[in-house]
Design a protein around this ligand. Structure first.
Ligand code: F6R
Length: 240
């Protein structure tokens, strides 16, 4: 693994944007694995700005998002589908048919998971998977205890995830208790991993995940075994 410590959130986002922009320039038909949450917001703004400057096109890019909530219609303002449209997809020239998100409102979630794995394979696999990290060490919604071999699956969210995410809801009064997510096994198959983390609150879990033992109790620790994993932290998240 390689760890870069950026000065602050802005530099972390700029470095990440450069990596994604360079990838799309080198490989216009790149397959990107994307994340939601607070961490990549500025990164997405920088990608939109680069597109607006005419530096790159998303026309041939395919995306697969990591996860979404179970039971939430994709058009809900709290769905990760809405987040992605607001922060990236509606502002660039990506083709709607190249956008893939897990549908947590699907009537058959097992089929939804299997279908997602099939679509990733058909796309030739994910070139670069963007990740954030949860305070409990989750990646995607793969919570502590998830098997490292796990593929896309339905998961019961931990108390920590439910409480942390509840703060951000616009419409929802009650936090969803289940998610649908790529598994660690799916994530580990990406050609390249780019993890971002910022803020003092992430310092303890960053230390545990990347300087502690590789254990299913800390899902992100599996990234220590990935042959091409870059972690970009701001100084605060690197504090420990
Ligand atoms: C989001 C996701 C999650 C977040 C993690 C960190 O699609 O998969 O694993 O990356 O919960 O969230 P933030 O960035 O809000 O701290």
């Amino acid at each position: 693994m390689k760890i870069i410590i950026a000065r602050d959130y802005e530099e972390m986002s700029e470095r990440a944007a450069k990596i994604i922009i360079d990838l799309i320039k080198r490989k216009p038909e790149a397959v990107l694995g994307l994340a939601t949450g607070a961490t990549p917001i500025r990164l997405y703004q920088l990608l939109v700005q680069a597109y607006q400057r005419g530096e790159l096109s998303f026309e041939k890019v395919t995306t697969f998002n990591l996860d979404d909530y179970v039971g939430l219609n994709k058009n809900s303002r709290d769905s990760f589908y809405s987040y992605m449209h607001e922060n990236l997809f509606s502002q660039v020239d990506i083709r709607p048919e190249n956008i893939n998100l897990l549908d947590g409102s699907a009537s058959n979630l097992t089929d939804e998971c299997l279908n997602y794995e099939r679509l990733i394979k058909e796309a030739g696999g994910i070139d670069l998977q963007l990740l954030g990290i949860g305070l409990d060490g989750h990646i995607g919604f793969a919570e502590p205890g998830s098997s490292f071999d796990g593929r896309t699956f339905v998961v019961n969210l931990t108390k920590s995830t439910i409480e942390t995410n509840a703060k951000g809801f616009i419409e929802l009064k009650q936090s969803p208790t289940q998610g649908i997510t790529m598994g660690p096994g799916t994530i580990m198959e990406a050609g390249q991993i780019l993890m971002l983390a910022n803020g003092l609150h992430k310092a303890p879990i960053i230390h545990k995940a990347f300087y502690g033992p590789v254990t299913e109790d800390v899902p992100a620790s599996v990234l220590q075994r990935h042959p091409d994993c870059l972690v970009i932290l701001d100084a605060a998240a690197a504090g420990e």
